[in-house]
Ligand binder design. Structure first.
Ligand SMILES: [Zn+2]
Length: 211
């Protein structure tokens, strides 16, 4: 059975240039700090503050927070800019924010949820759409997919392998894992933090694909 490295994606957002302009100023360009595992993607130096309509603008503002410290509501921006702004949260984050968790493939803007307000140094953006819980997925380069006989959009199950002995108390197999194929993708599975925590994954892990 083929294996795949598993990486946990923390909550983050991608911005459209329009929203980046509103949040940071006209013509603003993100500052790349760290390249990500998928080619041409990077973590930017910039972060945005996330609030909800009930937590922002009405005193007190503090009735919604992802964590105890106020800066826990700052989320990392990943670049480059995209057509639509997309905020990727865990299921727990959505519950904390009081918005419906919609498990979707990245880019499914039409079916995504709204209900968040992004706040930057230059302005605010109220999102009518763009909030998703990313569906568990595997990125695959075209060649790797051909080698393994995988198709774009194919659904597989992945058993988390107990390599570091830490996850032995919570063995788990993830179902409904979607294969995403692109010539710029590296072979890697992405889970959100709830999923990683449920599987007891603390760093990198490996999964066995059950086709
Ligand atoms: Zn991914």
């Amino acid at each position: 059975m083929p294996t795949v490295p598993i990486e946990i994606s923390a909550r983050h957002c991608h911005l459209s240039q329009t929203d980046l302009d509103i949040l940071f100023g006209k013509g603003y360009a993100l500052t790349p700090t760290k390249p990500l595992s998928q080619r041409a993607q990077y973590a930017a130096r910039e972060v945005v503050e996330v609030q909800t309509p009930s937590s922002w603008g009405l005193p007190p503002h503090t009735d919604f927070t992802f964590g105890k410290a106020p800066d826990h509501n700052q989320i990392r921006i990943l670049g480059p800019v995209r057509e639509h702004t997309q905020v990727e949260l865990s299921w727990s984050d959505c519950v904390s924010a009081g918005i419906e968790p919609r498990v979707l493939v990245s880019g499914d803007w039409k079916r995504s949820a709204g209900g968040l307000i992004l706040i930057g140094p230059n302005g605010e953006v109220k999102l009518e759409r763009g909030v998703i819980v990313p569906q568990r997925h595997i990125h695959s380069h075209t060649d790797k997919a051909r080698e393994l006989g995988l198709k774009h959009g194919q659904i597989v199950s992945v058993k988390v392998l107990d390599e570091d002995q830490k996850s032995s108390l919570c063995p788990i197999t993830f179902h409904n894992v979607i294969i995403r194929i692109h010539p710029t993708f590296d072979w890697q599975m992405h889970l959100h933090t709830d999923e990683g925590n449920a599987a007891g994954i603390t760093g990198m892990a490996k999964g066995e694909i059950m086709i």
